[in-house]
Design a protein around this ligand. Sequence first.
Ligand SMILES: *[C@@H]1O[C@H](CO)[C@@H](O)[C@H](O)[C@H]1NC(C)=O
Ligand SMILES: *[C@@H]1O[C@H](CO)[C@@H](O)[C@H](O)[C@H]1NC(C)=O
Ligand SMILES: *[C@@H]1O[C@H](CO)[C@@H](O)[C@H](O)[C@H]1NC(C)=O
Length: 297
Amino acid sequence: MASVTVTYMVKMLTKSHSHMIHSKMTKIVTRLPLLHLFLLLSTTFTATASSSAYPSVPTDCTVSTGDEKLVPVRREVYDDGRIFDISHRYTPDIPSWGNNDGLGQFLWLPASMKNGSLANNSEMKMPTHSGTHVDAPGHMIDRYFDAGFDVDTLDLEVLNGPALLVDVPRDKNITAEVMESLKIPEGVRRVLFRTLNTDRRLMYTREYDSSYVGFTTDGARWLVKNTDIKLVGIDFLSVATSDHLVSAHLEFFESREIILVEGLKLDDVPVGLYSVHCLPLRLLGAEGSPIRCILIK
Ligand SMILES: *[C@@H]1O[C@H](CO)[C@@H](O)[C@H](O)[C@H]1NC(C)=O
Ligand SMILES: *[C@@H]1O[C@H](CO)[C@@H](O)[C@H](O)[C@H]1NC(C)=O
Ligand SMILES: *[C@@H]1O[C@H](CO)[C@@H](O)[C@H](O)[C@H]1NC(C)=O
């Protein structure tokens, strides 16, 4: 009971509704034993400290005076391990479906300041199912494609909310038997499956490797029939193994309720419960889209 109250307080604090907190606090404080009061006050303290309007700027990214080198910071984790970036960076060397040359050059600078333009303006061109991406039901079901079930129609509620990151056994594809053994609790609606693909660093390998791990048809069917999972995330370019490519996708797509996010970067993220946030581009008519996904502790 008390811990629920503390969680609620933290939520309130992070929203910085300070006046509401005060009245809530006086009410709660009178009912709480001393230990809980202490807990409450210490959470109040840290939450306030980390949400100051102007956090201190690390010394390695102070404003340049023009002399020193400008070095951008590239991160995988933000806010001391609270936010994980689980999208891969797009580079010419990320793997591309079914070919060994990788994504290749996808970015150009047709207008550049070095060539006298007012600004640098890049252009890009890549398959919509490149890197970390989402599939819409029209990807493999033509009548859904024709009816317009594109990435713009995907439910942002499914793509954002509590999610479980799980490790699957490394010696098998995701079969019905494996799904059953994972014992994913009823009510869990979003699951990211970390597989042997992560250990083999397949998303960091330019050559496309068809021996990646994914769902078999019976594994996909088991998930659809026996769980509440609506968001399926996986760590290579396809949720389905190469020899069940179409049939396993179809199991997922048929109801139009399940969203598939593929090519996730799940390295170095502890298993557990997170809040996932995935946002596809609003590409009208496209059955796939690059997607930015993050996990928040
Ligand atoms: C400048 O323009 C030339 C000719 O159009 C082009 O070949 C070159 O790549 C451009 N350079 C940059 C940096 O944009
Ligand atoms: C792009 O713009 C910056 C200034 O913002 C300029 O310094 C740089 O040379 C430009 N890059 C190219 C390739 O023209
Ligand atoms: C998963 O299936 C693929 C395609 O059939 C196969 O090449 C691969 O060895 C399987 N992986 C495991 C761990 O069984």
